[in-house]
Design a binder for this molecule. Structure first.
Ligand code: F0G
Length: 355
């Protein structure tokens, strides 16, 4: 049967009815890739997987939530949606609004969203409201705006978003036969870690998995409210997707972390970028900087033995590397680019010099 998106697939576990018009771009069903070279080098016996959410239609996990949020917005008669965003939510909102034939307004921090995400929001025809402030400032306004303008909020405080996002946990259980021992995610607003826990809990309750994972949340050091224990006023990190100081799902994330015996940790920008590069060079998987935080965390904790050998670990790679081409190019060695004349001789020399 043709795959037509996660709402059709998980219809019986999502709040839709037979008559609901489904707004889908075929999201979900993303690859769960088992890493081979990195664990080998680490010298540790672990089954380490990455769930490549960058392969969703707009290049991030946000599509899972957006198909639900826009479907429900349209069902309720809404003609416009709005979100605050560090970039990926705005890309997804813009695309799904285009598909639905409604308007999208996206509130983004000026100069702090990656180029690919900005291109997406623009080309899909959303109205972009740039603010001289950060994501948290934008979120504050968006939370109030529905009292002043006829728009539906599609940030993860919209409960339908998390309903859609929980399906990533369903897919993982179906593929592995049960939940992994550990699940690692980059944490910004903490919506996605909350959604995953919902999904794992639901499938555990109906007997599709005999266990639930320990949930690990990793942040960027300059934007790490969960490590600090309180909100961060001026979050800063190269991983702009998670440049958030006041997570909207704070309580839920603390609760699930405790319930699952999990933990939070944080990484410097340098460590995050090094992990992003390692994934591209050693495994052929290109994710955006924020996404690499999940793998940085898992690897450190495997090394430290906090995650014991024999464990199965899934890391979510939340967004595609092409989202942020500037950061990718900036960390590459420019001398790897060889300029030659278009002759057989010069191309041959370039190859032989670099074998
Ligand atoms: N990774 C990426 C690539 C993201 O875009 C985000 C969030 C996260 C991780 C964190 O997920 O907020 O559920 O904890 N991006 C939002 C946005 C805030 O506006 O695109 P979270």
């Amino acid at each position: 049967m043709r795959y037509t998106g996660l709402i059709e697939k998980y219809r019986d576990r999502l709040p839709v009815s037979e008559s609901t018009r489904i707004i889908s771009l075929g999201e979900g069903n993303t690859p769960l890739i088992k890493l081979e070279n990195i664990p080998k080098e680490l010298g540790k016996e672990v089954d380490l997987y990455v769930k490549y959410e960058g392969l969703n239609p707009t290049g991030s996990f946000k599509d899972r939530g957006m198909t639900m949020a826009v479907t429900k917005a349209v069902e309720s008669g809404s003609e416009a949606i709005i979100c605050a965003s560090t970039g990926n939510t705005s890309a997804a909102a813009a695309a799904y609004a285009a598909r639905a034939g409604i308007k999208a307004f996206v509130v983004i921090p000026q100069g702090k969203i990656a180029l690919g995400k900005l291109a997406q929001a623009m080309i899909h025809g959303s109205t972009i409201i740039q603010i001289k402030g950060n994501f948290d400032d934008g979120m504050k306004i968006v939370k109030e705006i529905s009292n002043h303008a006829p728009v539906s909020i599609v940030n993860s405080i919209n409960p339908f978003r998390l309903q859609g996002q929980k399906t990533a946990a369903f897919e993982i259980i179906e593929e592995l036969g049960s939940a992994p021992d550990y699940h690692s995610l980059p944490v910004g607003n903490a919506g996605n870690i909350t959604a995953h826990w919902m999904g794992y809990t639901e499938y555990h309750e109906i007997g599709k998995s005999d266990s639930k994972p320990t949930m690990l949340g990793y942040q960027a050091e300059g934007a790490a409210p969960f490590i600090k224990g309180s909100k961060v006023d001026n979050p800063e990190t190269i991983a702009t997707a998670i440049r958030i100081g006041n997570p909207q799902s704070w309580e839920q994330a603390l609760k699930l972390s405790k319930e699952s015996n999990g933990w939070f940790d944080a990484f410097t920008d340098k460590e995050i970028l090094a992990t992003q590069k390692m994934l591209t060079e050693k495994e052929g998987v290109f994710c955006e900087p924020a996404s690499a935080t999940s793998v940085a965390g898992a690897l450190r904790d495997i090394k430290l033995g906090k995650i014991p050998e024999g464990s199965s670990v899934v890391c979510t790679l939340t967004g595609h590397g092409l989202k942020d081409p500037d950061t990718a190019i900036a960390q590459c060695d420019q001398s790897a680019m060889i300029n030659v004349n278009p002759t057989l001789e010069e191309v041959k020399k370039a190859i032989l010099d670099h074998m």
